[in-house]
Write a protein that binds this ligand. Structure first.
Ligand code: ADP
Ligand code: MG
Length: 323
């Protein structure tokens, strides 16, 4: 039999290197500094909502951290510490001897690659549920906020959008992709890569930022609402994979691109004068950064098709409480 404390000790406990006090007490301790603010956020992955029950545990470990790293990117913060609140069914502990080792290996692989330290958490038995809290650091007053968009800013996107939602729709049998097409799209769903480092470099270049978790339209509208601005974007400028482009005439696939979510790419706005610098940053970091529209005065978002006509969307993005 494996107890709660066996699990913590065996799979998660490591000695702290960055924190003053890590795993093992009632709370962890981290040192506050004079010139930084702490960016703190949490994101939960729920079995049956965010992943299938038979999901690969290594990839799940990676993804549960990646979705949290993505929030740090959006704030321009350097991710430093994480806490892991894990609820795991008894059978995955007592009978499946590999689940916890695979999950923790995936989690630590991504954490280590960004020097992020696991400093605590909670371990309970129940339906599989993975809650991660993340803490990052950002220079006082410098964090990127949703509320900073200015008139005439360009709207930029990192990477490409829609593949995760397209792969999910294949898994849900809403569309059938060719096997090689699925291979192209599935990594975006199973192992998203947060753009760690990009947000910190954009602090001096961007006015506002958000990470795309619920879908481009819904998330960009959060920037617009917080900044009290309007915008247009050109659908044909939104970067996407050749697979998604092939099926883009289908409304379902257009929705994957515009409102699908689970992208964990960055959407940010920046003054036109910084365009060249952002293009140079894109080359330096080898992260595609693409201009897709502009901030306007007023309110609301217009999505234009290839002919410049406004597209009407049935939904704006993923919402847990609205089917
Ligand atoms: P408490 O009873 O005070 O909540 P616990 O006995 O639950 O503390 O946890 C013991 C220690 O193990 C704490 O430092 C806690 O933060 C850490 N911990 C528990 N579960 C995890 C986990 N899944 N990952 C990392 N640390 C964990
Ligand atoms: Mg306690």
């Amino acid at each position: 039999m494996c107890s709660e404390f066996d699990i913590i000790r065996h799979y998660f406990k490591r000695s702290a290197t960055q924190a003053v006090l890590g795993i093992g007490d009632d709370a962890a301790l981290i040192k506050a500094t004079d010139n930084t603010e702490l960016a703190i956020s949490t994101d939960t992955l729920v079995c049956g909502k965010h992943f299938f029950a038979d999901a690969d545990p290594y990839k799940l470990g990676c993804k549960s951290l990646a979705v949290n790293l993505s929030d740090m990117v959006a704030m321009g913060a350097k991710p430093r510490w994480v806490l892991l609140a894990l609820t795991v069914p008894d059978n995955l502990v007592q009978h499946d001897k590999t689940w916890l080792s695979e999950f923790s290996a995936g989690f630590f692989a991504l954490a280590d690659s960004h020097q992020v330290e696991l400093i605590g958490g909670d371990t309970t038995s129940g339906p599989l549920n993975i809650g991660v809290q993340i803490i990052g650091e950002v220079e006082v007053g410098k964090a990127l906020r949703r509320s900073g968009a200015k008139l005439d800013d360009d709207i930029w996107i990192s990477g490409r959008l829609g593949d995760a939602a397209l792969a999910l729709n294949h898994e849900l049998r809403q569309i059938t992709l060719e096997p090689n097409e699925l291979v192209e799209c599935l990594p975006a769903l199973l192992t998203p890569t947060a753009r760690v480092g990009l947000g910190q470099r954009l602090i001096s270049l961007a006015h506002s930022a958000i990470d795309i978790s619920d879908g481009l339209v819904a998330d960009l509208e959060h920037i617009l609402a917080a900044s009290e601005k309007a915008a247009y974007i050109n659908m044909t400028d939104i970067p996407c994979s050749p697979v998604l482009k092939k099926y883009l005439q289908q409304p379902l696939v257009m929705n994957c691109l515009l409102t699908g979510g689970d992208d964990y790419e960055l959407c940010f706005t920046a003054p036109k004068i910084n365009c060249r610098k952002i293009e140079n940053l894109s080359a330096e970091l080898a992260i595609p950064l693409t201009r897709i529209g502009e901030i306007l005065s007023g309110e609301g978002l217009i999505v234009k098709d290839a002919k410049g006509s406004a597209i009407t969307l049935e939904t704006k993005g993923y919402d847990h409480f609205i089917a």
